[in-house]
Design a protein around this ligand. Structure first.
Ligand SMILES: NCc1[nH]cc(CCC(=O)O)c1CC(=O)O
Length: 319
């Protein structure tokens, strides 16, 4: 059966949030699709969708994100538009995606993964170890907060949100002495210059799916399925399968400090995983390798081992 390609008169509609990073990701997706099918850019339409997470009033001040809605905060309205046929595909930072999709939607297309590391951003020091007691670390990521406090309990972590530009301004204003940003986001915005250093995953294990873009579609949309298959990056998919299986088995949401990174080495998949107490008083981690095709099982097994080690109440709030 011949694939009916989009055209300027019947464009493929790509849904995205409107932040500069989200738009960069949507443009990258459009460019890859246009290149794969030799189509003009006009055969694609980028549709910006406002999500609860983009609502300034909801997100204002220092209200913790977990109070507002947790995972799905940046995806619910986009998935509704996809189900309603307002858009044909949705471009997502996989780091922000819940581990399963609503009925009728699937994600089976990933773009080649960007740098997975976190960036350390500090105007006055080179490394975290150089910050004096009481220095302020600005982050709203529970994972980064717990990881910092495990290693540097003498530092203070303060709530720090907003897009890259906002956070850099807050650093300038002295709201915090340093912050962390995903290298992937900085690279996609062409702002890697703001990184003081990229942190080795052995020092700070990144979030599940960090640096990966996934493209969601309606399960029964064969045109979207065929088009996305042409740009799918298989090894990124294999990494994410293992990391997301680990997260799913931990029942992870953005309210739990969890980190994981899968890497392919030869025919094998190496998975590193970490869970932390939210107050940063304890961290448990694991590092195992298995054949690539067993990645999902590896993720699940690692989660089970860590949960057994952790015991009840490990993720309970004590802060
Ligand atoms: N939670 C927000 C978010 N979601 C994805 C990225 C960065 C890009 C990526 O990891 O793919 C960021 C910002 C950040 O953590 O600095």
């Amino acid at each position: 059966m011949k694939l009916e390609l989009p055209s300027p008169r019947t464009p493929l509609k790509l849904g995205t949030r409107g932040s500069p990073l989200a738009l960069a990701q949507a443009y990258e997706t459009r460019d890859r699709l246009a290149g794969a099918f030799d189509l003009p850019h006009e055969a694609f339409q980028i549709v910006v969708i406002k999500t609860t997470g983009d609502n300034r009033a909801m997100i204002a001040a220092d209200r913790p994100l977990k109070e507002i809605g947790g995972k799905g905060l940046f995806t619910k309205e986009i998935e509704e538009a996809l189900l309603a046929g307002v858009i044909d595909v949705a471009v997502h930072s996989m780091k922000d995606m819940p581990v399963s999709q609503p009925n009728g939607l699937v994600i089976d297309c990933y773009l080649p993964r960007e740098d997975v590391r976190d960036a350390f951003v500090a105007p006055l020091v080179d490394v975290l170890a150089d910050l004096p007691a009481g220095a302020k670390v600005g982050t709203s990521s529970l994972r980064r907060k717990a990881q910092v406090l495990v290693a540097y309990p003498h530092l203070e972590v303060v709530e720090f949100r907003g897009n890259v530009q906002t956070r850099l301004r807050k650093l300038d204003d002295g709201v915090a002495d340093c912050t962390f940003l995903a290298m992937a986001g900085l690279n996609r915005l062409d702002r890697s210059d703001v990184a003081t250093a990229a942190i080795d995953p052995d020092v700070m294990l990144p979030a599940v799916a960090q640096g990966a873009i996934g493209i969601e579609r309606r399960a029964d949309d064969t045109r979207a399925a065929d088009m996305l298959a042409a740009i799918h990056h298989a090894s990124t998919g294999q990494q994410l399968a293992a990391e997301r299986a680990f997260l799913a088995a931990l029942d992870g949401s953005c309210e739990t400090p969890i980190a994981a990174l899968a890497e392919l080495t030869g025919g094998n998949l190496r998975l590193r995983g970490e869970i932390l107490r939210p107050d940063g008083s304890e961290s448990l981690s694991d590092d195992r390798t298995a054949p690539i095709e067993d990645g999902i099982e590896l993720g699940r097994a690692m989660a089970e081992t860590l949960l057994n080690e952790a015991g009840d109440g490990f993720f309970d709030w004590r802060v």
